[in-house]
Structure formats: structure tokens, C-alpha cells
Design a protein around this ligand. Sequence first.
Ligand code: UDP
Length: 254
Amino acid sequence: MTRAPIQNGSHVPTVDILGVPIHRLTRRELLRLLQQRREQGLATWLVTVNAELVVRAGDDPAVAAALGKADLLAADGAGVVWAARCLSNVELERLPGVEIAEELVKWAAGAGLKVYFLGAEPGVAEAAVGQLRQRYPGLVAAGCRHGYFSPSEEQGILEEIKAAEPDILLVALGAPRQELWLAEHQEKLSVPVAVGVGGSFDVWAGRAQRAPDWMGNAGLEWLYRLIKEPRRARRMLALPRFVQQVVTRKLSGR
Ligand code: UDP
């Protein structure tokens, strides 16, 4: 698999959100692009970016550098969509990571591609595959591996993934750990499509619920998660900081 940034040849426009260039793509365009790049033998590492990750990239140069290596950055959350509108008058489609990941599974099941599931607690990836198979009977799992491994186990995991030769690698280690992990390993794994999918395996396995549509549509998915998982409160302090940084950028006219 060759690596080539999206900018080389695909001409997908971006919108800058506090230093993170988000690609302007609809869901359909994103999937088509992934399919085209795979056909062309180009590997694609996709990151679905939410407000929290943008703030982390501003705070931590390692996260910013990781995002700089990704091939494709899509707008995961309502916060990023709002910021694009506020800063650049650009209307982005919201592409939630769990939905994009499920589109990839659907594509894989229909096209006979193999998917490797890395991450979440022991047994969750297997349960997720079991549930997904009911919706997408053709789904072939190249392998499943939980995400609570020690540094000494990492080499074995990398070798296992390489040997399984997946077409799509879903990494559910949470953000930004999955991005840092993929920044370090994605190139040598040489997987056609790799994406960090956060808590998607927990959702598919029935261990976590997504916000109801009315909350998602109102941009309140973060509030639902805060109510369901109050331990996230500290992490969510990133959200008011995101709003503050976007408004400051807007007012400074840069
Ligand atoms: N996780 C993991 N290894 C770790 C820490 C987390 O596999 O060392 C998993 C965790 O079990 C969960 C996912 O990563 O399935 C993180 O989900 P979350 O919804 O918090 O994702 P985020 O919002 O951080 O993208």
C-alpha cells in the first residue's frame, strides 16, 4: 500500500478549525473516496475529529503532530460543524465516528473485505462483531483484540494484525490514544483503511447507548454522554474552552 495525502490528487477542500484542517466531504463522498483510494492502492488513515480532539491538539504537540500525519480528517461532532460555520461560513456535514465506522463495516460485508477490530474491554470486540453480523451477514472479521495491552504485548499485536491482512482496521482505544497509536504504527501495518472509532465497539455490543436522535440533531450528544458517564466531566471541560477559542479567533478576525 502506498501512502499519499488526500491533497495529492484528490483536491478535497479543507476548513481550518483552530489549526486542524477538516476535509469538506459528505458521507457519500467520504466513502467513495475511501473506496477509490483503496482501488488505487493508496492507504488511508481517517480521523473523525470532535471539539475535544481539537482542544487536545492545541494543548499537546504530540496530538497535533499525529493529526498532521493523518490522510483524512472528518467532522465528527456538532462542535466542529458549528466552528466551521462560525469561523469560515462553511457548512460541514456531521460524520459521527460510530456511523462512519458502521458504513465501513457495511461496505466490507458487501465487498468481501476483512475487518480487524482492535480495542475496548476483553470480549467487547467479539460481541460487537456478533451484533454487526446480524445486520451485515457477510461480515468477515480478520481478528479481534482487546485494547488493554501492555507495551510488551504491542509487538505481538502488530504482528498479529499484519498476519491477518485486514482491509479495514478499526481502532477503539479512545481519543487521542488511538490517534497516537495509529500515528506510530499505521504506516508499517500497511492496512488500506484505518480509523480510530472511540467507543463504537461498546455501542455495537450494546454496552453503551448513543444519544437519542433529537439530542444528536440539537448538537447535544456531549450532554447525553455527560449525564450517562459523569466521570467524563473533567474531559468535557475541553468543550467550553473550544467555544472560547473559536469565539476569540472569530473576534480577532484571523
Ligand atoms: N479503551 C481501550 N484501552 C484503553 C482505554 C480505553 O481499549 O487503554 C477503550 C474503552 O474500553 C472504550 C474506548 O476505548 O471502548 C473509549 O471509548 P470512549 O467512548 O471514551 O471514546 P472517546 O470518546 O475517547 O473517543
